[in-house]
Design a protein around this ligand. Sequence first.
Ligand SMILES: [Zn+2]
Length: 391
Amino acid sequence: MHRLNARPIGTQPWQSKGMALKQSVRLATILVCFLSAAGLAPAQPTHKTENVIVVMMDGMRWQEVFRGADADLIKTPPANLPDGDQRVALAKKAYGRETQAQRRAALMPFLWSVVATEGQVFGNRDLGSDSHVTNGLNFSYPGYSETITGVADPRVHSNDNVPNPNVNVFEWLNQKPAFAGKVAVFGAWDTFTGIFNQQRSGLLINDGYAPFTGLPGNPRIELLNALKAATPRYWLDEPFDAVAFYTAIEYVKTAKPRLLFIGLGETDDWAHAGEYAEYLNAAHLGDSFLSQLWDLVQSMPEYRGKTTLIVLPDHGRGEGAKWTDHGEKIPESMQTWMAFLGPDTPSLGERKNSSPVTESQIAATIAALLGEDYRAAYPKAGAAIADVLQK
Ligand SMILES: [Zn+2]
């Protein structure tokens, strides 16, 4: 039998679908008002995010994120690494393209295919979108500190591994029963223990060349620890990013933290060394880490559809010949970028002519995504970024 007049269940023949919906909404509203008056209304969920993952790419410039590999810099032979001509040729093949859209997609394919379509990316100054640090120093410790505490504190003015005087949002959430023991920090740079003040915060932090002891008996962690100990130390304060990243991945699979920080350092290190090809490779690798991480969390019921990913650097770098450096004397190195992907972030893509956003807003944004009000505890912190919070 053909049902010529099929209609949604519960709809009267004289009702359109829209009318039925309006009626249902009216009934629901009446019910909520009634329950509310009786003090029985359930809390209205304002966010879907239950987990937040923050990935920071040290000193990654907005210029490469939005414009792709620089056509002049890519020709620069390596300053010190062997096989210079080959490295330049490989970088050109991997990241050199005709158009800006092709170049940036070749450099950071996950960012441009997934985050920029399903989430939001701020910081393309060519399109009137400004993202920056407010600390005035434009180097790492102050940048990370501003990001995780919400304030640019003048007492935070060096990269020394000293305990941060300020409480950060990771520590603050870890003190709440819903997050206790569900917060973790992994980073290549050995200074995260100080930036997150492990002494005071008691957070689970694994950084630098320290072996990870938080998953005893895990053979993959044992191998990662062995590689960390046995690989030549190209930089004395951090191993290559892959070790920190895959240690974090093992932790996600096993312990399922609700709030996770991953700090990648190679982009900054290679840039300081003047190795443009390796700087691009580090950015490309970082993007593949984001993709692997996102695939992993979408495969796990604890994370799927309820996890927000935030990606940003701790500072920018100079323009032109000054691309290797950053700091107080290079004002443009205050310029950053930031990306958001998750169930509460409207899919506005690459932002154009947007209100400026600052790294000091990240702490409150993390808390707001998780339904918490960080500024109620720390009023000096930057306000949560409203544009990434409603869907
Ligand atoms: Zn640096």
